[in-house]
Structure formats: structure tokens, C-alpha cells
Design a binder for this molecule. Sequence first.
Ligand code: NCD
Length: 354
Amino acid sequence: MPAEIMTREQYLRQSLDDRLPYYEKDGRIYDVMLSQQFSREFMENLFDVADRLKQISREPEGMDYISSLLRHKRAMLYFTQPSTRTFLSFLSACQIVGMRTGEVRDPTLSSEMKGESQEDALRTFSSYFDLIIMRDAKPGFCEYMAYLFKFSGRDVPIFNGGSGKDQHPTQALLDMYTLHRSFQDRGGISGKVYGFVGDLLRGRAVRSVAYLLSRYSDIQMIFAAPSEFQISPELESYLLDKGVTVHKTDSLEEALPQVDSLYMTRVQDEYDVSGESSRVDYTRYHLTRENVSRMKPDAVILHPLPRRYELDPALDTDPRAMYWRQLRNGMYIRAALILYVFGKEHLLDEYRGS
Ligand code: NCD
């Protein structure tokens, strides 16, 4: 390895400000790694692109037009952690913009079983594909790959579809898009109270969306969690630094009447080291037919899914339930992001359909 290329440990030890420039090209986001990459202006442009995509794709001619935009590109989906929605939503997003796709979901069926490193596996994908979308349990691994690609002679963009307990930036974008749509006739995202419930320490979706909400003004956040699973001091000081009003509580009941949006999450017990989840009474963090009545009538309920018992399926027909809408929004926001990264989003304005 030439001396100037850092090891993973060296690379990740660098500050965020030192790492972020690697994920840009010509002043635009190239690799989608972390929520901290997205400004409010960037998000709002992306929401417009997603709106336009939704609108154009209502007509078969519009669908044909959109699917011509990236017909010459291929995407690789490399998901080594379990996934239903993120995988399928990215797959559908690729199909919408016309990309063909390949996938590895089970590394035991790839040459990694023969002892190949993950670094070599990804470099192999970059030889055949023009975009890599990946989910992996190791925080920072996809960031390091994006960095390594800069020296590989074939640098293709990488999208982080979930990096362990760390981040899930495209989930955060789809959550923000859902909030944007929910609150667009009610003064927008600013000036509202956002509740987060559950395993807030290990849930990557919560961390990523909290970063993005802090881009807006006059934001209050209420974090309702058992003390074992409260947000990290790092996240709290980041939010305070951005002017967010932060309130931590172990009582869901206290949060319910106050929030304009409630973000429910499941216990992330796959990250247990010694059965810590089983020692926590999570029933206190369930949203039920009974306690939902304490919420404002126009609040919204979000959940990145999958759910377990924390969100009663009986609530699915409640007009405040937005979690099934989040899925479809996710498909469009991901399609918008792919168009953006390949510099094609402006072509939507050239569509002159019915
Ligand atoms: C989330 C994830 O994988 O982080 N799910 C998702 O991507 N829709 C949330 C979770 O698994 O709890």
C-alpha cells in the first residue's frame, strides 16, 4: 500500500470535517455516507425532485421518460445485514430511474467464503457497476470504502444503507420528506415538537434524523427511553450546539400530549452484548389504542419499521399513522438521490407530459 493511503483505523480517527470532502465531487455530494452531509437547502431541493418524480410517474409515458434517464447505468446492492424495506426501496428506486441491478445479500455465497476481504469484494463490484448501495454492521466501513475508491482508479459512488449502530442517512431523508409533506400546510418542519421513543442509543435511524431536524429552526426534541437506551452525550451536545431544545425523559406518557411528531422504534437487541435488552421493561414504551388518545389530533406517528410490539397494528388506520406512507416516500426520495448523484435531476424539468 502506498504510504499516503490510510488504514481504516487511521482514516476513521480523522475529524468529520477532514472526512466529508472525500464524499464530494465538484461541490456536489457524491458518496452518501452521513446525515451531516445534507444542508437544509439540499434537502428541500431533493424534496422538490421527489415530488416531481411522484407526479411524473403517475402517467405511463412519464414512467417511460424517468426510466430512460439512467438506462446506461448499473447498481450493485450489497447488504450483509438483514433488510426488507431499505433493500427493496433502493431496488425499486433503481428500477424507476432505469438502472439495472445486481445483488449480494449473503456473503457466504460470494468469494468472501474463500477468504476474500470485503475491501476486495467491493472493489470487484466497482469494476462491474456504476453505483454501490450497501448495508454493513461495521460503523465507518462504507466511509472507508468511499475513501479507498478515491485511489482505486475506478471511483463509483457509494450509498450507506445502514452502517451498524451508527447511521442510516437515507432513512433520515425519507423521514424528513414525510415530515415535510405532513407539515407543508401547517407552517413546515420548523417550530414543532418532535418525540422519539425506544432504543435511542443504538437506533441508527433516530440519530440520523435528529441531525437533519437540527437544520431547522425552533426545534424541540423529547427523547423518551429507558435510561439504558437514552441518546448518547455526543448526540445531545451536538443538538444543543445547534440550538435544539432537548428534553430527556423515561416516560412516554409525559411526551405524548406535547409532540407534533412521534418517532417510534423497536429494541435493537441484535447489538446486545450480554442480554441487556431482556432486563429492560419495554412495555412502558408501547403506543397503544389507549394511550394514543393522549396525542394531539393532528400529530403524526412515524416508525422506520420493522415493528414488534411497540406499535399496535390497530393504529394503522389512525389518520395520524404515517409509517406506511414513509415506505413509498422512501422509494421516491432514493430515486431522487440517485438522479442527483448522477447529475440528472434537472432533466425532470424537461419532461413535457400531459
Ligand atoms: C431500520 C434500520 O434498519 O435501521 N429499518 C429500516 O431501515 N427501515 C430500523 C430498525 O431496524 O429498527
